[in-house]
Design a protein around this ligand. Structure first.
Ligand code: ZN
Length: 494
């Protein structure tokens, strides 16, 4: 950015020069220095006084850094000694009620960018509710119908007026009670200049993403720049129960199988999930292996179960491509010793990390006694994703199918948790709590999801796997699919 901006170019020396004062995290210039640090580093946040503070993507910040408290508060203290300080907080919003930027914006004068109607000059700020569009009989969008309805004269404003409207626009506070020294600005993609993302593309994205709550959340957050209002924080087991279907052992839509194993003191529970295009999923089986995990026999039984090939509707024989086993309970050592010789077969040890915003699977560590690859799994993220998918009511991307063999207890366990907003050190945080003691089915499903994430199979690859099973090109091709691509995933992580 420095190189491409005429006003900045030349102010900071070339990084290649000796003692240039220009490193990745520090840029010296005449009259000052810019320091870049991470919101997860307490040392970085309290290192030196600063007059100008820019905090980016604050909705992604942790609530506590290394036991020293809120990173935003820590950073803001750095500016306290400057009477003419300026602090900028910027973020894409996330979930209503827990979003930091929402809270900050509400405490500001809440400026919106008002633009004039080209017909009646009425000043207004652009919002999604003003966008109008029509569709043909087949439901396809008619691009020429997309326009903005003026809230003054109600005439339809075509998008080509936007350039002149933006030129004539101005920021106006919408919160008269707001403090004079805190300016807040909100802008959505509807304002994107001509040539960037247009209204037609935005409406198309909306029509596409409204089929799927996860995609719709992203659309609301990134396109409208608004918080997502979580609809319902739990799933209903009876509704799910009525969705059971009669399907073959591994139905045609499945391209790959993964399994998740939960370890209890008297048993192992395992769920096998079949994944199709767009991560549409089929529960293939949920099994309970009774026995003390401290005894080798229990694990031998699991081994046999996991090695059993399953019959795909195409006639191919399919093996489980990856297994994730929870090592977080009382039997960590047993899990490690089971996993160790089997990592080559993609049987992995995982450990849940109960923090919001963690990825489904993080980078594995090997700093354990058994030297096995231990994958951190963002349990909250998994549950959030799974519950959003369970609320999808029509088969297609993300939808979850259940077999007739799943009983009422299975669904009770699957819906055993709900997400509530709790206050931690004064911050609202979304937390998963058990509404029922047993939640093994839910955990197993999440671990199977983590196993798929460890494989790192993207949507294109998943589609190819499904297509190859549905249309085998040559004799023996199915077995190749069944065994995956033949790459050693453990090696890759090393
Ligand atoms: Zn008008």
């Amino acid at each position: 950015m420095i190189e491409e901006t005429p006003a900045l170019r030349g102010l900071v020396k070339e990084p290649r020069e000796r003692d240039s004062g220009n490193t990745i995290l520090s840029k010296e210039f005449k009259g000052g220095v810019m320091i870049i640090t991470g919101a997860n580093s307490a040392v970085g946040l309290r290192s030196m006084p600063v007059r100008y503070l820019f905090l980016d993507e604050i909705d992604g910040y942790p609530h506590d850094v290394e036991g020293e408290g809120d990173p935003v508060g820590l950073a803001e203290k750095r500016a306290a000694t400057f009477s003419r300080r300026k602090i900028l907080l910027v973020s894409t919003p996330t979930v209503k009620g827990v979003s930091r930027i929402e809270k900050e914006f509400e405490a500001s004068d809440q400026r919106k960018y008002f633009v004039p109607c080209p017909f009646c000059n009425h000043m207004q700020w652009l919002q999604w509710g003003g966008i109008v569009f029509e569709r043909d009989e087949k439901g396809s969008l008619l691009p020429e119908s997309v326009a903005y309805k003026c809230e003054g004269c109600e005439k339809l404003i075509p998008e080509h007026h936007k350039t002149s409207m933006l030129d004539a626009g101005e920021w106006r506070p919408t919160n008269p009670e707001g403090p004079a020294n805190i300016a807040g600005f909100h802008l959505s993609s509807l304002y994107s200049p001509i040539g960037w993302k247009g209204w037609v593309a935005i409406v198309r994205d909306f029509l596409e993403s409204k089929k799927n709550p996860i995609a719709l959340k992203t659309w609301v957050n990134t396109t409208l720049g608004e918080c997502w209002e979580q609809e319902g924080d739990s799933v209903d087991d009876l509704t799910l129960y009525t969705r059971r279907e009669d399907y073959p052992e591994v139905p045609m839509g499945v391209g790959i199988l993964t399994a998740g194993v939960d370890v209890m003191d008297d048993r192992l529970e395992v769920t096998v999930i079949g994944w199709g295009k767009g991560e549409e999923s089929w529960v293939i089986d949920h099994a309970i292996i009774f026995g003390d995990p401290a005894r080798p026999q229990t694990w031998e039984e699991l081994d046999q179960y996991l090695n059993e090939p399953l019959e795909h509707e195409s006639g191919a024989s399919l093996r489980i491509a990856a297994v994730a086993i929870d090592s977080g309970g009382h039997h960590t050592a047993s899990v490690y010793s089971f996993v160790r010789p089997r990592q080559i077969r993609r049987v992995y040890a995982i450990k849940g990390v109960n923090q919001p915003g963690k990825p489904i699977v993080g980078r594995p560590s090997i700093s354990n006694e058994a030297k096995v690859h231990l994958f951190p799994v963002g349990s909250d993220t998994c549950k959030e994703l799974l519950y959003a998918r369970l609320r999808i009511s029509e088969p297609g991307p993300g939808y979850c199918h259940f077999p007739m063999s799943a009983d009422a207890e299975y669904f009770a366990q699957l819906s055993a948790e709900k997400c509530v907003t709790k206050y931690v050190k004064g911050f609202p945080v979304r937390q998963w709590i058990k509404v029922r003691a047993r939640n093994d089915a839910l955990d197993c499903f999440c671990y199977a999801l983590a196993a798929l994430a460890i494989l790192g199979i993207n949507s294109k690859k998943l589609e190819a796997l499904v297509d190859r099973l549905q249309h085998p090109r040559e004799e023996g091709d199915e077995s190749k699919v069944a065994q995956g691509s033949g790459r050693n995933w453990v090696m890759e992580w090393q």
